[in-house]
Design a protein around this ligand. Structure first.
Ligand SMILES: Nc1nc2c(c(=O)[nH]1)N[C@H]1C(S)=C(S)[C@@H](COP(=O)(O)O)O[C@H]1N2
Ligand SMILES: [Mo]
Length: 254
């Protein structure tokens, strides 16, 4: 069997969705202009950084050159949103629901999540399209903590994740979900996860390709079977272990 290829590498007869290559490439002048704007972001508060991130996101979504990775605040990350937008939620309107095959369904506000034990994981981030950001810190609540609080019923074998962009979904098996390095993350590099990076709450699945780390996390549902996520419908592996899936042989992340 040939290795499964990422859709952006596949010779698709029709334009299909891919992580990169959406829209028209942004010219070099525009990106260099961004460098000037980027300087404004140094030493400013969260709201301005969020603004900057959202501009970065809209530029880098169309810029496969990687120049955006050099921008202050970019940090080597590419920004992705299959919904072509950056949704915003905060203290008053953010909710994370935990439901499905559980004894005690729950709804968490940001303050509720912050009040639970926090775990910090430092690991390399690796996207299936090839880019890697070494030693990135995420912290938040272990997914296993939320699952234990909810009480998974017999028959529950997998988790479906929903996002408040209304489009993206992801999945893990229950065994994978219970890993100590699987976080419902509230911070990235010790600052609140910005809107562009999927804040206020994103999933962080350290040992897998970054597509498993759903941004703008809003729902955790325990299911009977694995329900493949957004990119998995376009050929990505459900088990997205770095270096051992998607026909790739990336060096192990640490
Ligand atoms: N909701 C949502 N989550 C998502 C995505 C997305 O488009 N929407 N893209 C995934 C992919 S393919 C990657 S590589 C990372 C990118 O995260 P970043 O934008 O913080 O770099 O988010 C993942 N989670
Ligand atoms: Mo990705």
């Amino acid at each position: 069997m040939p290795p499964v290829r990422a859709p952006e590498e596949a010779p698709t007869p029709e334009p299909g969705p891919s992580e990169e290559g959406r829209g028209t490439p942004v010219g070099r002048r525009v990106v260099l202009g961004m460098l000037g704007l980027g300087a404004v972001g140094v030493g400013v508060g969260g709201a301005v950084q969020d603004k900057l991130d959202s501009v970065l996101a809209s530029v880098s979504a169309k810029d496969p050159t990687g120049v955006v990775g050099l921008l202050p605040g970019g940090g080597g990350f590419r920004f992705y949103s299959v919904s072509n937008s950056i949704p915003h939620r905060g203290e008053s309107d953010y909710r994370l629901t935990v439901g499905g095959l559980v004894d005690r369904p729950a709804g968490y506000r940001l303050a509720d999540l912050r009040a639970l034990p926090q775990t910090r994981v430092v690991h390399d981030v690796q996207c299936v399209t090839g880019w890697r950001v070494p030693k990135t810190a995420f912290s938040g609540v272990r997914l296993s903590t939320l699952l234990d609080a909810a009480g998974v019923r017999p028959g529950g074998t997998a988790i479906r994740f929903n996002c408040f962009d209304g489009v993206y979904t992801e999945s893990l098996t229950l065994d994978q979900a219970r890993g100590a390095d699987i976080l419902v993350a509230l911070t990235m590099n010790d600052k609140p996860v910005t809107a562009a990076h999927g804040g206020p709450v994103r999933l962080y699945v350290a040992p897998m390709y970054f597509y498993k780390s759903a941004k703008w996390l809003s729902g955790i549902t325990v299911t009977k079977d694995v329900q493949p996520g957004y990119w998995e419908h376009y050929g990505y592996d459900v088990d997205g272990w770095v270096g051992k899936s998607n026909g790739r042989s990336d060096d192990p992340t640490t």
